[in-house]
Design a protein around this ligand. Sequence first.
Ligand code: F6P
Length: 319
Amino acid sequence: MKRIGILTSGGDAPGMNAAVRAVTRTAISHGLEVFGIRYGFAGLVAGDFFQLTAEDVDHTINVGGTILYSARFPEMAEEEVQQRAVEQLKDHGIDAVIVIGGDGSYHGALALARHGINSIGLPGTIDNDIPFTDYTIGFDTACETAMDAIDKIRDTASSHHRVFVVSVMGRECGDIAMRAGVASGADAIVTPERPFDIKEIAENLKRSFANGKDHGIIVLAEGAMDAEEFKNELLKYGDFDARANVLAHMQRGGRPTVEDRVNATKMGNYAVKLLLDGKSALAVGMTRGELSEHNILDLFDGKHKGDYALLDLNKDMTN
Ligand code: F6P
């Protein structure tokens, strides 16, 4: 192996640049050449490659987004498209690829591995929804961003004695809602993975207001319910002055936290070492702070386990 490629795919996540930097620097220090592939698998198929030097990744560890750009590219599921991708890699003399992205990106990485290109996947998504890992690159920054926004919303909620339903990202996963919710002292946290009772939430809020509380915050994962619908449903059970607030893509940007920078650096370094050992079709994970690797194929049958104890913890804080 002499030359490796690296791409970022799917929704961007803060810390992706730290991972790109770690891959680039580790590979170069082991005598490899590194090619950046722009726009994820779309750029791979189009041959949008450029050589990455150690200097190219200077001043990127602290920057959100991805210097490689990203794209969603469902066409990568087609056999003919996969073959074009492999031809591009062969034409550029690239023997192996590191893919940073969410669950969709792992399908592309596995397809490359099946066509003889050694591939390693790194979990890059703010959602934290990948099986066999406690942590995905960008999750910590997204939680910080959401917490910060909720703190600000609480100020105005309190001034006006309002209830805010704050929608955070997480299509099928309530991890951002649970962590940002506990950290911001939410009155209720609603996730797609657990049943919820809007009437009960309304009754608890009424009791809190009756006891002198001057605001209410409900942190809602976007995958559980639409924020406006949730607010309207809530109003059926109580005469609240309520607002819905959708945080959306602001959670995907911003300076990565220490945790995201350090973990992304560890994972990028580890991915290159796996390739140097001749490994392929593996997904890097982190469990209780320890790096691990798993067959990508197993990921498709696995299910991410969130820290659902946070929901019980939050109930104990609010009753
Ligand atoms: O990357 C994950 C994610 O941010 C989800 O939380 C969200 O539902 C989705 O991407 C939004 O995707 P897009 O940016 O394509 O609208």
